[in-house]
Write a protein that binds this ligand. Structure first.
Ligand SMILES: NC(=O)c1ccc[n+]([C@@H]2O[C@H](COP(=O)([O-])OP(=O)(O)OC[C@H]3O[C@@H](n4cnc5c(N)ncnc54)[C@H](O)[C@@H]3O)[C@@H](O)[C@H]2O)c1
Length: 269
Protein backbone atom coordinates (compact mmCIF):
# COMPACT_ATOMS: atom_id res chain seq x y z
CA UNK A 1 0.00 0.00 0.00
CA UNK A 2 2.79 2.38 -0.99
CA UNK A 3 0.44 4.85 -2.69
CA UNK A 4 -2.65 4.21 -0.58
CA UNK A 5 -5.61 6.53 -1.25
CA UNK A 6 -3.70 8.53 -3.86
CA UNK A 7 -5.23 9.37 -7.21
CA UNK A 8 -3.17 8.51 -10.28
CA UNK A 9 -3.64 9.77 -13.81
CA UNK A 10 -1.85 7.37 -16.16
CA UNK A 11 -1.61 8.75 -19.69
CA UNK A 12 -1.03 6.12 -22.37
CA UNK A 13 -2.32 3.43 -20.05
CA UNK A 14 -3.08 0.89 -22.77
CA UNK A 15 -0.84 -1.12 -25.06
CA UNK A 16 -0.60 -0.94 -28.83
CA UNK A 17 -0.54 -4.73 -29.03
CA UNK A 18 -1.18 -7.91 -27.07
CA UNK A 19 0.89 -8.33 -23.92
CA UNK A 20 1.94 -6.08 -21.06
CA UNK A 21 3.36 -2.68 -21.98
CA UNK A 22 4.68 -0.04 -19.61
CA UNK A 23 1.36 1.82 -19.32
CA UNK A 24 -0.55 -1.32 -18.39
CA UNK A 25 2.06 -2.46 -15.85
CA UNK A 26 2.25 1.04 -14.29
CA UNK A 27 -1.56 1.21 -13.93
CA UNK A 28 -1.84 -2.27 -12.40
CA UNK A 29 1.06 -1.74 -9.99
CA UNK A 30 -0.12 1.70 -8.78
CA UNK A 31 -3.62 0.28 -8.21
CA UNK A 32 -2.26 -2.80 -6.46
CA UNK A 33 -0.40 -0.43 -4.12
CA UNK A 34 -3.58 1.44 -3.23
CA UNK A 35 -4.00 4.21 -5.83
CA UNK A 36 -7.23 4.98 -7.66
CA UNK A 37 -6.26 5.02 -11.33
CA UNK A 38 -7.68 6.93 -14.28
CA UNK A 39 -6.43 4.94 -17.30
CA UNK A 40 -6.27 7.35 -20.25
CA UNK A 41 -5.63 6.31 -23.82
CA UNK A 42 -6.37 7.50 -27.34
CA UNK A 43 -7.76 4.02 -27.90
CA UNK A 44 -10.71 3.51 -25.52
CA UNK A 45 -10.60 -0.29 -25.92
CA UNK A 46 -6.95 -0.27 -24.82
CA UNK A 47 -7.84 1.84 -21.75
CA UNK A 48 -10.71 -0.54 -20.95
CA UNK A 49 -8.40 -3.55 -21.24
CA UNK A 50 -6.16 -1.92 -18.62
CA UNK A 51 -9.21 -1.17 -16.47
CA UNK A 52 -10.14 -4.87 -16.68
CA UNK A 53 -6.64 -5.94 -15.61
CA UNK A 54 -6.65 -3.48 -12.68
CA UNK A 55 -10.07 -4.61 -11.49
CA UNK A 56 -9.02 -8.27 -11.82
CA UNK A 57 -6.12 -7.41 -9.50
CA UNK A 58 -8.64 -5.96 -7.01
CA UNK A 59 -7.87 -2.30 -7.77
CA UNK A 60 -9.93 0.78 -8.56
CA UNK A 61 -9.79 2.09 -12.12
CA UNK A 62 -11.81 4.16 -14.58
CA UNK A 63 -11.08 4.26 -18.30
CA UNK A 64 -11.06 7.51 -20.29
CA UNK A 65 -10.48 8.31 -23.95
CA UNK A 66 -8.25 11.25 -24.89
CA UNK A 67 -5.68 12.15 -27.51
CA UNK A 68 -3.23 13.94 -25.26
CA UNK A 69 -1.62 15.82 -28.13
CA UNK A 70 -4.90 17.78 -28.30
CA UNK A 71 -5.43 20.50 -25.70
CA UNK A 72 -9.22 20.09 -25.37
CA UNK A 73 -8.82 16.35 -24.76
CA UNK A 74 -6.28 17.05 -22.01
CA UNK A 75 -8.61 19.43 -20.16
CA UNK A 76 -11.35 16.78 -20.50
CA UNK A 77 -9.02 14.15 -19.06
CA UNK A 78 -8.16 16.28 -16.03
CA UNK A 79 -11.83 17.07 -15.48
CA UNK A 80 -12.63 13.32 -15.63
CA UNK A 81 -10.01 12.68 -12.94
CA UNK A 82 -11.62 15.34 -10.74
CA UNK A 83 -15.11 13.98 -11.38
CA UNK A 84 -14.19 10.37 -10.63
CA UNK A 85 -11.69 10.81 -7.82
CA UNK A 86 -11.77 14.46 -6.66
CA UNK A 87 -8.09 15.28 -7.30
CA UNK A 88 -4.80 14.21 -8.86
CA UNK A 89 -1.82 13.21 -6.73
CA UNK A 90 0.19 11.33 -9.34
CA UNK A 91 0.57 12.05 -13.06
CA UNK A 92 2.39 9.48 -15.19
CA UNK A 93 3.08 10.64 -18.74
CA UNK A 94 3.78 7.34 -20.50
CA UNK A 95 2.70 8.17 -24.05
CA UNK A 96 5.44 7.77 -26.62
CA UNK A 97 5.73 6.74 -30.25
CA UNK A 98 8.72 5.88 -32.43
CA UNK A 99 9.17 6.40 -36.16
CA UNK A 100 12.33 4.99 -37.69
CA UNK A 101 14.30 7.39 -39.89
CA UNK A 102 17.05 10.01 -39.90
CA UNK A 103 16.59 13.61 -41.07
CA UNK A 104 16.72 12.62 -44.73
CA UNK A 105 14.31 9.68 -44.61
CA UNK A 106 11.80 11.07 -42.12
CA UNK A 107 9.01 13.32 -43.40
CA UNK A 108 8.38 16.71 -41.80
CA UNK A 109 4.90 15.44 -40.83
CA UNK A 110 6.39 12.43 -39.04
CA UNK A 111 8.83 14.69 -37.13
CA UNK A 112 5.91 16.92 -36.01
CA UNK A 113 3.76 13.91 -35.11
CA UNK A 114 6.49 12.40 -32.89
CA UNK A 115 7.14 15.72 -31.13
CA UNK A 116 3.42 16.38 -30.63
CA UNK A 117 2.79 12.96 -29.13
CA UNK A 118 6.03 12.59 -27.17
CA UNK A 119 6.62 16.15 -25.90
CA UNK A 120 3.63 18.44 -26.42
CA UNK A 121 1.38 15.86 -24.71
CA UNK A 122 3.53 16.06 -21.56
CA UNK A 123 3.60 19.86 -21.69
CA UNK A 124 -0.20 19.91 -21.95
CA UNK A 125 -0.72 17.36 -19.18
CA UNK A 126 1.60 19.34 -16.89
CA UNK A 127 -0.10 22.59 -17.86
CA UNK A 128 -3.51 21.34 -16.71
CA UNK A 129 -2.50 19.15 -13.75
CA UNK A 130 0.00 21.49 -12.06
CA UNK A 131 -2.63 24.05 -10.90
CA UNK A 132 -4.53 21.21 -9.18
CA UNK A 133 -1.39 19.90 -7.51
CA UNK A 134 -0.40 23.41 -6.47
CA UNK A 135 -3.79 23.86 -4.83
CA UNK A 136 -3.37 20.53 -3.02
CA UNK A 137 0.20 21.51 -2.00
CA UNK A 138 1.59 18.19 -3.24
CA UNK A 139 2.01 15.99 -6.27
CA UNK A 140 4.36 13.67 -8.13
CA UNK A 141 4.85 13.67 -11.87
CA UNK A 142 6.74 10.88 -13.61
CA UNK A 143 7.59 11.28 -17.28
CA UNK A 144 8.58 8.21 -19.29
CA UNK A 145 11.60 9.16 -21.36
CA UNK A 146 14.10 6.68 -22.82
CA UNK A 147 17.79 5.81 -22.70
CA UNK A 148 17.66 6.93 -26.34
CA UNK A 149 17.44 10.50 -24.95
CA UNK A 150 21.07 10.35 -23.87
CA UNK A 151 22.79 8.07 -26.38
CA UNK A 152 22.70 6.36 -29.75
CA UNK A 153 20.93 3.01 -29.43
CA UNK A 154 21.60 1.42 -32.80
CA UNK A 155 18.36 2.50 -34.53
CA UNK A 156 18.31 5.74 -36.57
CA UNK A 157 15.15 7.31 -35.14
CA UNK A 158 16.26 10.91 -34.82
CA UNK A 159 12.82 12.27 -33.89
CA UNK A 160 12.48 9.74 -31.07
CA UNK A 161 15.91 10.46 -29.53
CA UNK A 162 15.47 14.22 -29.86
CA UNK A 163 11.93 14.20 -28.46
CA UNK A 164 12.95 12.09 -25.46
CA UNK A 165 15.85 14.49 -24.78
CA UNK A 166 13.20 17.23 -24.74
CA UNK A 167 11.21 15.21 -22.18
CA UNK A 168 14.25 15.22 -19.87
CA UNK A 169 14.58 18.99 -20.23
CA UNK A 170 10.88 19.60 -19.64
CA UNK A 171 11.00 17.43 -16.52
CA UNK A 172 14.03 19.20 -15.04
CA UNK A 173 12.61 22.67 -15.61
CA UNK A 174 9.19 21.89 -14.15
CA UNK A 175 10.86 20.10 -11.22
CA UNK A 176 12.85 23.19 -10.32
CA UNK A 177 9.98 25.63 -10.77
CA UNK A 178 7.63 23.62 -8.53
CA UNK A 179 10.03 22.10 -5.96
CA UNK A 180 9.09 24.60 -3.24
CA UNK A 181 5.41 23.93 -3.84
CA UNK A 182 5.61 20.27 -2.81
CA UNK A 183 5.52 18.95 -6.37
CA UNK A 184 8.21 16.59 -7.67
CA UNK A 185 8.94 15.81 -11.30
CA UNK A 186 11.22 12.98 -12.38
CA UNK A 187 11.94 11.08 -15.58
CA UNK A 188 12.35 7.34 -16.04
CA UNK A 189 14.72 6.26 -18.82
CA UNK A 190 13.97 2.67 -19.86
CA UNK A 191 16.64 0.89 -21.90
CA UNK A 192 15.78 -2.21 -23.92
CA UNK A 193 12.37 -3.33 -22.70
CA UNK A 194 10.33 -6.16 -24.22
CA UNK A 195 6.91 -4.53 -24.71
CA UNK A 196 4.36 -4.55 -27.57
CA UNK A 197 5.57 -1.06 -28.54
CA UNK A 198 8.86 -2.27 -30.00
CA UNK A 199 7.46 -5.08 -32.11
CA UNK A 200 6.10 -3.29 -35.15
CA UNK A 201 8.70 -0.54 -35.84
CA UNK A 202 11.76 -2.53 -34.82
CA UNK A 203 10.82 -5.80 -36.52
CA UNK A 204 10.54 -3.85 -39.75
CA UNK A 205 13.93 -2.24 -39.08
CA UNK A 206 15.58 -5.59 -38.32
CA UNK A 207 14.44 -7.13 -41.61
CA UNK A 208 10.92 -8.36 -40.78
CA UNK A 209 11.87 -11.23 -38.44
CA UNK A 210 10.44 -10.57 -34.94
CA UNK A 211 12.28 -13.50 -33.30
CA UNK A 212 15.60 -12.26 -34.67
CA UNK A 213 14.83 -8.71 -33.49
CA UNK A 214 14.10 -10.01 -29.97
CA UNK A 215 17.25 -12.18 -29.94
CA UNK A 216 19.40 -9.23 -31.05
CA UNK A 217 17.95 -6.93 -28.38
CA UNK A 218 18.36 -9.61 -25.71
CA UNK A 219 22.01 -10.03 -26.76
CA UNK A 220 22.60 -6.26 -26.50
CA UNK A 221 21.61 -6.25 -22.82
CA UNK A 222 24.37 -6.90 -20.24
CA UNK A 223 21.90 -9.23 -18.49
CA UNK A 224 21.33 -11.25 -21.69
CA UNK A 225 17.64 -10.31 -21.65
CA UNK A 226 15.61 -7.20 -22.30
CA UNK A 227 13.79 -5.78 -19.29
CA UNK A 228 10.05 -6.16 -18.71
CA UNK A 229 7.34 -3.53 -18.38
CA UNK A 230 7.18 -4.42 -14.66
CA UNK A 231 10.77 -3.19 -14.23
CA UNK A 232 9.72 0.21 -15.54
CA UNK A 233 6.55 0.15 -13.44
CA UNK A 234 8.46 -0.48 -10.20
CA UNK A 235 10.69 2.54 -10.88
CA UNK A 236 7.58 4.66 -11.50
CA UNK A 237 5.92 3.38 -8.32
CA UNK A 238 8.95 4.39 -6.27
CA UNK A 239 9.17 7.88 -7.76
CA UNK A 240 5.41 8.39 -7.40
CA UNK A 241 5.38 7.30 -3.76
CA UNK A 242 6.27 9.34 -0.69
CA UNK A 243 9.35 7.12 -0.27
CA UNK A 244 10.87 9.35 -2.97
CA UNK A 245 9.86 12.61 -1.24
CA UNK A 246 13.42 14.00 -1.54
CA UNK A 247 14.00 12.76 -5.11
CA UNK A 248 13.36 15.52 -7.61
CA UNK A 249 14.48 16.36 -11.14
CA UNK A 250 16.35 13.10 -11.73
CA UNK A 251 16.61 10.72 -14.65
CA UNK A 252 16.21 7.19 -13.31
CA UNK A 253 17.75 4.73 -15.76
CA UNK A 254 16.13 1.27 -15.95
CA UNK A 255 18.41 -0.62 -18.33
CA UNK A 256 20.06 -3.63 -16.66
CA UNK A 257 23.40 -1.76 -16.83
CA UNK A 258 23.36 -1.07 -20.59
CA UNK A 259 24.46 2.54 -20.11
CA UNK A 260 27.49 1.41 -18.07
CA UNK A 261 29.01 -0.64 -20.89
CA UNK A 262 32.23 0.92 -22.18
CA UNK A 263 31.01 0.34 -25.73
CA UNK A 264 27.56 -0.95 -26.44
CA UNK A 265 27.29 -3.75 -28.99
CA UNK A 266 25.18 -2.53 -31.87
CA UNK A 267 23.61 -5.41 -33.80
CA UNK A 268 24.38 -6.11 -37.43
CA UNK A 269 21.19 -5.55 -39.38
N1 LIG B 1 9.67 -0.65 -24.89
C1 LIG B 1 10.83 -0.07 -24.80
O1 LIG B 1 11.88 -0.68 -25.09
C2 LIG B 1 10.93 1.37 -24.34
C3 LIG B 1 12.20 1.87 -24.11
C4 LIG B 1 12.31 3.19 -23.71
C5 LIG B 1 11.20 3.96 -23.51
N2 LIG B 1 9.97 3.45 -23.74
C6 LIG B 1 8.83 4.34 -23.54
O2 LIG B 1 7.77 3.69 -22.87
C7 LIG B 1 6.55 4.34 -23.21
C8 LIG B 1 5.49 3.43 -23.78
O3 LIG B 1 5.57 2.15 -23.36
P1 LIG B 1 4.34 1.17 -23.58
O4 LIG B 1 4.95 -0.18 -23.56
O5 LIG B 1 3.26 1.46 -22.62
O6 LIG B 1 3.88 1.53 -25.10
P2 LIG B 1 2.58 1.24 -25.93
O7 LIG B 1 2.83 1.91 -27.24
O8 LIG B 1 2.24 -0.22 -25.93
O9 LIG B 1 1.42 1.97 -25.12
C9 LIG B 1 1.27 3.32 -25.10
C10 LIG B 1 -0.19 3.67 -25.23
O10 LIG B 1 -0.23 5.05 -25.52
C11 LIG B 1 -1.33 5.28 -26.36
N3 LIG B 1 -1.15 6.53 -27.08
C12 LIG B 1 -0.32 6.80 -28.11
N4 LIG B 1 -0.47 8.07 -28.51
C13 LIG B 1 -1.41 8.61 -27.71
C14 LIG B 1 -2.01 9.89 -27.64
N5 LIG B 1 -1.67 10.87 -28.47
N6 LIG B 1 -2.94 10.11 -26.68
C15 LIG B 1 -3.30 9.13 -25.82
N7 LIG B 1 -2.78 7.90 -25.85
C16 LIG B 1 -1.86 7.64 -26.80
C17 LIG B 1 -1.40 4.08 -27.29
O11 LIG B 1 -2.70 3.91 -27.82
C18 LIG B 1 -0.95 2.96 -26.36
O12 LIG B 1 -2.05 2.25 -25.85
C19 LIG B 1 6.86 5.34 -24.29
O13 LIG B 1 6.97 6.64 -23.77
C20 LIG B 1 8.18 4.83 -24.81
O14 LIG B 1 8.91 5.82 -25.47
C21 LIG B 1 9.80 2.16 -24.14
Amino acid sequence: MRVKDKTALVVGAGSIGAGIGNGKAISVLLAREGAKVLAVDRNLDAAKETQRLVREAGGICEAHQADVAVSADVTGMVQACLTHFGGCDILVNNVGIAEVGGPVELSEEAWDRVFNVNVKSMFLACKHVLPLMEKQGSGAIVNISSLASTRWGGVPYVSYGASKAAVNGLSRYVAMQYAAKGIRVNSVLPGLIHTPMIVEPLTRFYGGDADRMIALRDAMSPTGKMGEAWDVAHAVLYLASDEAKYINGIELVVDGGLSQQSSSPVPQV
